[in-house]
Design a protein around this ligand. Structure first.
Ligand code: M6R
Length: 617
């Protein structure tokens, strides 16, 4: 989704803002622009397409100064062209604004502004904001007040940053609803603002995050925060632990590739300090859940979107098996539209890598209003989901840049395993010996993952060969059963989003109720058939596919010689306790999707039409 970067200080601002926008490219966008205060006037450069187009334009028509505001736009209202790109300017060119989110009442506002004689130069909803700022500016007596007043007219979620040539020492940022984050980075004699941490992380780790209903006056000396009704706020300054190097591609060809291979390490980080392997106890301080409250829940409802929802489906098995609490998983985008039955005995679990997915945030709010205790599993520190939850478990994966989620999936499954153990501990749902065994199993996980993530020539060859053979197919079916059924969904999602091959994931037992009609020589079927309690049933599904001339790629347990006689191709994963098999079986599917997409020449890290964090409904 859209990205914002702003700078005020003494260094040349254009390079800082462009570099910040480059760090946000992963979010997905289709045009970009920058406004810079130079020699007392604001100069704007904008272009459709990739940031490289804007960079070329800046090379031909350079601008620079010490106050600048940039934006990458993911089109909602109006085509992704130059006129619709942000920043948008008022008629005088003295005020500019960038926005993330949607002005839901923009039509009425536009009509009334047009009735006052204002000309619109774009098809966007955003342009109404800059004209309202201009109208309010003089009466309000400055940009900050004009922003405050203008936001009073807007309906729908918006994060905005504005600047004016009349106040050359400041940017004004504001946040209304859940339109994505606003992070303010505090430097020494310079201050940064961005929609997402990686954009400014190389300059500072000291950050303030705007809450819903707050605005900030950002000057080289820092930021003054207040609520939109004018109350000053003593904002907390967060120290962000991410290392900028972890947001760089390093030796890898794509961020997605790097993130796939990071997973053994990120899972170690996810467990570090939280699992006492001596006592078998969980230490989840940010969970903020008393034993009494933990014992009060009669159900868990998980809300999430996309990959996070599939992680939730794996978690359903973990929470029911380990904590013995009935668990349902809901698409966050559907949750609030069916008047869900939620009360104070419900633990509402939100899973969101970005912590800014608008549907997930709306589901959390709905559940909070109904009295649920909300726990969120998030990766982005300081994100809105983390801030509005009663308890938090972070994924500790570092920034996930590839639009296709990989390391956040495995980390959120492991976080749910930890949550299940913590709940089991508080509720005495399983005996100490059982709990102990489950904790011991975890200790081996990073090593087993490392084996599946073998990057030696032989380890890579399996995937390169399959990619060469299968990249031209137009459809894939993924089948799994039991706790590996969600892995079939996730495998299909990975393949379709980065390679644009149509892929469907199905619970294997459902195949004969419909999808079997599709099977022929042109339909590769990826079957997750690791040796667990449903292994024999998966073998019989494979036989049914083979009987119809389908091609089977099996994900099987190492040492399973039998499956080789049934499947056309076999990728193995090490033997593991059944509750942890999804964390291993998903890895070959990520690798396979990646190599197929590379073969097809796809833009792996920024697939068409997709955004990293979906901040609009
Ligand atoms: O940031 P979130 O975990 O809330 O994002 C949810 C989905 O938008 C996300 O998982 C999406 O499905 C990914 N592109 C999947 O790879």
């Amino acid at each position: 989704m859209c990205g914002i970067v702003g700078y005020v200080g003494s260094r040349p601002a254009t390079a800082i803002v462009i570099d910040g926008l480059q760090h946000l490219e992963y979010r997905g966008y289709d045009s970009a622009g920058i406004a810079v205060l130079q020699d007392g006037a604001i100069h704007v450069r904008r272009d459709a397409g990739k940031l490289s187009n804007l960079i070329k334009l800046l090379a031909q028509q350079p601008i620079d100064g010490h106050l600048a505001l940039g934006h990458t736009r993911w089109a909602t209202h109006g085509k992704p062209n130059q006129q619709n790109a942000h920043p948008h300017s008022d008629a005088s060119g003295e005020i500019v604004v960038v926005q993330n989110g949607i002005v839901e009442n923009y039509r009425e506002l536009r009509e009334s502004l047009q009735a006052e004689g204002i000309d619109f130069r774009s098809e966007t909803d955003t342009e109404v904001i800059v004209h309202l700022l201009a109208l309010n500016y003089s009466a309000a007596g400055g940009l900050a007040e004009a922003v405050r007043k203008t936001l009073g007219y807007l309906k729908g979620p918006s994060a905005i940053v504005a600047m004016t040539s009349r106040e050359p020492d400041r940017l004004v940022a504001a946040r209304l609803g859940n339109a994505g984050g606003v992070a303010i980075g505090l430097g020494s004699g310079e201050t940064f603002v961005a929609s997402d941490i990686p954009a400014i992380l190389e300059h500072t780790r000291r950050m303030i995050f705007l809450e819903d209903g707050q605005y900030a006056v950002i000057t080289p000396a820092g930021a003054q925060i207040a609520t939109l009704d004018g109350q000053p706020v003593a904002a907390e300054i967060h120290d962000i632990p991410w290392n900028p190097v972890s947001a760089a591609k390093g030796e890898y060809r794509h961020f997605m590739q790097k993130e796939i291979f990071e997973q053994a390490r990120s899972i170690t980080d996810t467990m570090r300090g939280r699992v006492d392997f001596d006592s078998g106890e969980m230490i989840l301080e940010q969970l903020r859940l008393s034993r009494e409250r933990a014992r009060s829940f009669d159900r868990i409802v998980t809300v999430a979107c996309g990959t996070s929802a599939y992680a939730g489906l794996v978690g359903e098995f973990l929470l029911e098996h380990i904590a013995r609490i009935p668990t349902d998983v809901d698409y966050a985008s559907e949750f609030r539209y069916r008047d869900p039955i939620i009360d104070e005995r419900t633990l509402l679990l939100a899973i969101t890598q970005s912590g800014e997915t608008v549907d997930t945030l709306a589901a959390v709010e709905e559940a909070r209003n109904k009295g649920a205790f909300v726990v969120s599993i998030v990766n982005a520190i300081g994100s809105q989901a983390a801030r509005i939850s009663d308890g938090v478990i972070t994924m500790r994966c570092g920034p996930e840049i590839g639009v296709a989620s990989t390391k956040a999936f495995t980390a959120s499954v492991v976080d749910q395993y930890l949550l299940a153990l913590a709940l089991a501990q508080a509720r005495d749902s399983i005996g100490p010996a059982h709990r102990r065994r489950l904790v011991d199993d975890l200790a081996h996980l990073p090593r087993l993952m490392g084996q599946v993530l073998d990057q030696s020539p032989a380890g890579n060859a399996v995937y390169l060969d399959l990619a060469e053979r299968f990249h031209g197919y137009r459809n894939f079916l993924f089948l799994g059963r039991g706790i590996n059924y969600p892995i079939a969904l996730e495998g299909a999602l990975k393949l379709k989003e980065i390679s644009y091959i149509h892929a469907e994931g199905y619970p294997a037992g459902e195949m004969k109720h419909g999808p079997i009609a599709l099977i022929d020589r042109e339909m590769p079927v990826v079957a997750i058939a690791v040796q667990d309690s449903v292994y024999d049933k998966m073998i019989s599904q494979i036989e049914q596919v083979k009987a119809r001339h389908g091609i089977v790629i099996a994900i099987a347990t190492e040492g399973d010689d039998f499956i080789a006689s049934k499947a056309d191709h076999v990728i193995t994963v090490p033997k593991a306790p059944s509750l942890l098999t999804p964390v291993l079986s998903v890895l070959p599917l990520q690798r396979l999707a990646y190599e197929i997409a590379v073969w097809r020449g796809a833009d792996v890290d920024q697939p068409r039409n997709l955004a990293k964090s979906v901040t609009v409904e």
